[in-house]
Ligand binder design. Sequence first.
Ligand SMILES: *Cc1c(COP(=O)(O)O)cnc(C)c1O
Length: 232
Amino acid sequence: MTSIAENISQTLTRITEAESRCGRLQGSVALMAVSKTRPAEEVREAYQAGIQDFGENYLQDAVAKIEALEALDIRWHFIGPLQSNKTRPVAELFDWVHSVDRIKIARRLDKQRPAGLPPLNVCVQVNISEEFSKSGVAVDQVEPLLAELQTLSNLRIRGLMAIPEAGMDSQHQRETFASLQSLQNSLKVKYPQLDTLSMGMSQDMDAAIAAGSTMVRIGTAIFGPRKYSSPD
Ligand SMILES: *Cc1c(COP(=O)(O)O)cnc(C)c1O
């Protein structure tokens, strides 16, 4: 086994253990491999080890990989900050966007989604640790944004996403994830299509699964530490 395949197998075991520890169904948490900054060959390796969902943050880097790996049956997730002048390739090439935090961006994605493709799956990024974070919608703005998203027929609302402040202790992690979960539960009354809670990274996936995450976004634990050169 390659080390990537080995890391994937360990990560899947960790997910299974977390699911059973908190009484959740086996298979209720999907694994997205975050391949930002990693070469296409490593994505291929992870794909051969069974991963179908890949997350990318940097558009230029992602587009090159998506083109190189066109032949593979991969679902591409855009999880990075999105500028309004860069929405077109996202609308054309990705299956999911987890970082929608402005109606302006959503309208562009909707308009630019090509006709022959299924609707683009979207999550609203929520700013759950407001005193620290810059990105994401304030909690009280999530519902108004969902109401607008619902009118855009080329987008499919799937859920909420959050990136908690790095370096929180596990108690604080748990509370942060629990607050996203309770927000999602209260919104489900009006938006029953919300079926995705995108939370949990290499350092905090256990806490995220305990709080109901349905999709963890794992980079370092699969590919090792990132080598940053010059992201776009
Ligand atoms: C980089 C990144 C991840 C993966 O983080 P790791 O700590 O490497 O697992 C997950 N989500 C987002 C939004 C990221 O930018």
